[in-house]
Ligand binder design. Structure first.
Ligand code: GCU
Length: 645
C-alpha cells in the first residue's frame, strides 16, 4: 500500500505507533512520543534538505530569453492544458506551510486502488493556453490566487542540440517543473522567460507543470492596486526551442543615430566562444557580411548602406538573415532615427507630431489578453482609423505580436513597465524586479523600428525615495538601449488660479516630459477654457492621458455624465486647450477601447469596465471618436506642411 503523503496530510512515517498518537490523545506514552518526534524531525530535515537542494539547483536552469523567438526552430506547446485551482496552495505547501516535495509538480497518479493521491491532472478540466483563467472559466472571473497547469508532450532529443522551454508571459508569478524537476521561479507577468531543459527533457514522454499565482502584493511590480483587470494564467505562447550548443542570444541591426548611411550590427552568442563565424545578410541592400566572434562570444561591425527609412507613412521593413553554428534567424527590420530637438521629436531628422491613443493589452470583443496577431490588428486598425501614427501601450509590455503588427502597420510605439502609482520605493527587491522587467522588455523589442519610447513609470507620487528609484531606472534603461527616448507619465492634478504647472524632478532624467491630466472628468470641464499651462522644460511634451467616460449608445445633453455627448464635449474642450499648450509634440488620449477593471463596479454603467474608450468593447465608435479624428487630420496636414526655416 502506497500513501502519497500530501498537502493536508502531515509528514508522518508509516510506523503504526505514529498513528496511535493521533488516535488516543488521553494518555501519551512518552517513549513513543520522543521516538516519534525524532522520526518526524529526521523526516522533516530530509524533506527540507531535498527541497533546498532541488530549489538551489533549479535556479541554474533559467537562461536569458533569446530575442526573436518566432523565427527560431520551435515546437509550440500551446493548446489544451489541464488545470487545478488551488486557493490554499496545497499543491506546494504542507499543512505547516512548508514547501512539500510531494507537490502537484510530481504529477502523481495512484499506483494501486488503495493509494491516496488527492489530485489528478489527468482527470482535471482543460483550458486553452495561452489565455486567462478569468475568461476561460467563469468561476475564476474574479479569482486571485494559484492555479496549476499541466500538459504532457512527446519530444525527440537530438545530439549536438540544446533545448529551451520558453514562456511569452505568465501572469504573474510562475514556478515551473519539467518531469517533476523544478526549473525555476519567475516573477513578472508581462515579459518572456526561458529555461535550458537540455539535461531534463526526456526522449519521448514528458510532462510540464506550472504553478501560476496572480496574487497582488505591495512590493510587486505592479503594486497591489491598479486600474486594469488582474488577469491570471499562461497568457502568451509556450514553446520548446531547438538551438545549436552555442546559439545567437541577441543581435542588433540598426541605423546609426548620427549617420543615416551607416548600419550598426552586433551579435551576442549564448556562450563566450571565440572565432565563431556569423553571417549577416540583407539581400535587398545587397549586404552579405561575415563577422567573427571575440572571446566574449560577441561580434560587432558597421556597414555602409542607404536603406529606405521606416516611417508611419512608409513602414519599410528589410529581410535580415543571421546564421551561426548552423542556426538561421530571419527577421524583418526597419531603419530609422529618433531624436529630440528642443520641443520637437525628430523621426528621421524631421519634426513629427505623435498622433496617438493609449491602449491596454486586452482583446477586442471578448476581453482577456491579446494572444493573436489578428486581435492585435483589429485594435491597431481602430487606432489607424482614428488617424494615429503612434500608440501608447499602457502600462506594461504588451504581446510581442502587437508590437510587431504595429511596426508593419506604421505605428510608432511607447512601451512601459508597470511601475504604476505608489510603489514600494525603498524595497531593493522591488527595484530589481522593475529593472528585470525593463531589461526583458528592451531585449525582446529593441529590434523593432517602431518602438521609439521606453517609459519607466506612470503617475507616481513625488518623494526623494521615488526620485532615487526612478532615476536609477532611467539610467539603467540607457545602459540597455542608448538609441531610444526615455520617458514616464507624470501628473498635473491641480491648478492655482487656473495655472497648471508641471513640476517634476524627474524631468532631468527623461528625454520627453509626458503627463496625464483629466480636465473635464476628475476636474471641471468648464475650467478648460480658462486654463493656462506652465511647462518650463525645453523638451518635447506629450499629453500621455486625458479623456472621460461614456457608455456607447447612451445619449443626453453634454452636462450628463456617461453620455456620448458629455464625452464629446470633454474632448472638444480638451483639444482646444491642448492647442494652447506650448511644446506639445504628441498626445495619447485615454483610451482606445473600454477595458475591464475591478475599480469600476458601477452597475448598469461601468459593469467592471473603465468606460473611457473611444470605442466600446464591441468596436463601436463613440461620438468623441470623430472629434479626435478631426483633430488628428489637422495635425497630420500641419505635419505635412513644409517647415519654415
Ligand atoms: C489614470 C491611470 C489609468 C487609469 C485612468 C483612469 O490616469 O494612468 O491607468 O485607467 O487614470 O482613471 O481612467
Amino acid at each position: 500500500m502506497i500513501i502519497i503523503p500530501h498537502i493536508n496530510a502531515r509528514i508522518v512515517s508509516l510506523q503504526p505507533e505514529n498513528l496511535m498518537i493521533q488516535q488516543n490523545k488521553s494518555k501519551p506514552n512518552m517513549k513513543s512520543v520522543i521516538c516519534n518526534l525524532k522520526i518526524r524531525s529526521r523526516f522533516a530535515l530530509v524533506a527540507l534538505l531535498a527541497f533546498v537542494a532541488s530549489s538551489a539547483a533549479a535556479a541554474d536552469l533559467e537562461v536569458t530569453a533569446p530575442t526573436n523567438i518566432f523565427t527560431r526552430n520551435t515546437i509550440s506547446l500551446n493548446g489544451d492544458w489541464h488545470y487545478i485551482v488551488d486557493p490554499q496552495e496545497i499543491g506546494y505547501y504542507d499543512y505547516r506551510m512548508r514547501p512539500t516535495r510531494w507537490g502537484f509538480f510530481v504529477n502523481a497518479e495512484p499506483k494501486s486502488k488503495s493509494d491516496l493521491v488527492e489530485y489528478s491532472f489527468a482527470k482535471a478540466e482543460t483550458m486553452k493556453v495561452p489565455s486567462t483563467w478569468n475568461k476561460s472559466d467563469e468561476r475564476l472571473f474574479f479569482y486571485e490566487g494559484t492555479v496549476w497547469y499541466e500538459r504532457d508532450f512527446q519530444y525527440e532529443k537530438r545530439d549536438g542540440e540544446r533545448t529551451l522551454l520558453y514562456f511569452g508571459a505568465v501572469s504573474n508569478d510562475a514556478r515551473v517543473w519539467l518531469n517533476g524537476k523544478e526549473l525555476g521561479h519567475h516573477i513578472g507577468g508581462f515579459t518572456p522567460f526561458c529555461y535550458d531543459v537540455s539535461d531534463v527533457i526526456a526522449d519521448g514522454n514528458n510532462f510540464v507543470v506550472v504553478k501560476v499565482d496572480n496574487k497582488r502584493a505591495k512590493e510587486n511590480i505592479p503594486t497591489n492596486i491598479f486600474d486594469w483587470w488582474n488577469y491570471g494564467g499562461i497568457i502568451r505562447d509556450v514553446m520548446l526551442v531547438r538551438t545549436p550548443n552555442n546559439y545567437i542570444e541577441d543581435y542588433v541591426v540598426q541605423l546609426d543615430g548620427q549617420n543615416q548611411r551607416l548600419l550598426n550590427c552586433f551579435v551576442r552568442l549564448k556562450q563566450p566562444q571565440e572565432g565563431v563565424k556569423v553571417t549577416l545578410e540583407i539581400p535587398e541592400l545587397k549586404i552579405k557580411k561575415s563577422l567573427f566572434t571575440n572571446s566574449n562570444g560577441t561580434a560587432r561591425v558597421q556597414i555602409k548602406a542607404r536603406p529606405r527609412l521606416w516611417s508611419p507613412e512608409n513602414p519599410v521593413l528589410y529581410k535580415v538573415k543571421l546564421q551561426a553554428n548552423g542556426e538561421t534567424l530571419s527577421d524583418e527590420i526597419g531603419f530609422r532615427t529618433i531624436a529630440t530637438r528642443g520641443h520637437e521629436i525628430l523621426l528621421n531628422g524631421k519634426p513629427v507630431f505623435l498622433r496617438g491613443i493609449a491602449m491596454h493589452d486586452e482583446a477586442p470583443f471578448k476581453q482577456g489578453r491579446v494572444t493573436t496577431t489578428e486581435e492585435a490588428h483589429t485594435l491597431l486598425n481602430w487606432a489607424k482609423e482614428l488617424g494615429c501614427n503612434y500608440v501608447r501601450l499602457a502600462h506594461y509590455p504588451h504581446n510581442e505580436l502587437t508590437v510587431r503588427e504595429a511596426e508593419r502597420m506604421g505605428l510608432m510605439v511607447w512601451e512601459e513597465i508597470p511601475v504604476y502609482w505608489t510603489i514600494d520605493w525603498t524595497n531593493n527587491a522591488t527595484l530589481e524586479n522593475a529593472k528585470r522587467q525593463l531589461h526583458d522588455m528592451i531585449l525582446r523589442d529593441h529590434s523593432r523600428a517602431n518602438v521609439v519610447i521606453w517609459s519607466i513609470a506612470n503617475e507616481t507620487p513625488h518623494s526623494v525615495e521615488r526620485d532615487l528609484f526612478l532615476s536609477s531606472l532611467a539610467k539603467y534603461a540607457r545602459t540597455q538601449d542608448s538609441t531610444r527616448l526615455i520617458s514616464m507619465a507624470m501628473e498635473v492634478t491641480g491648478a492655482k488660479n487656473f495655472v497648471n504647472r508641471l513640476n517634476d524632478n524627474m524631468h532631468e532624467f527623461v528625454d520627453i516630459v509626458a503627463f496625464n491630466q483629466y480636465v473635464g472628468w476628475y476636474r471641471d470641464v468648464k475650467t478648460a477654457r480658462k486654463m493656462t499651462w506652465e511647462i518650463t522644460y525645453n523638451k518635447p511634451v506629450i499629453i500621455s492621458e486625458f479623456g472621460g467616460g461614456a457608455v456607447y449608445g447612451r445619449h443626453g445633453d453634454a452636462e450628463e455624465r456617461w453620455t456620448e455627448e458629455f464625452q464629446e464635449r470633454l474632448y472638444e474642450e480638451n483639444l482646444a486647450m491642448i492647442d494652447r499648450i506650448n511644446g506639445v509634440a504628441g498626445t495619447s488620449p485615454w483610451v482606445l477601447m473600454d477595458f475591464m477593471s475591478p475599480r469600476r463596479p458601477l452597475k448598469g454603467v461601468q459593469d467592471w469596465f473603465n468606460r473611457k474608450g473611444l470605442f466600446s468593447p464591441q468596436g463601436q465608435k463613440k461620438k468623441a471618436f470623430y472629434v479626435v479624428q478631426d483633430w488628428y487630420k489637422k495635425k497630420k496636414s500641419a505635419d505635412e506642411q513644409p517647415k519654415k526655416k
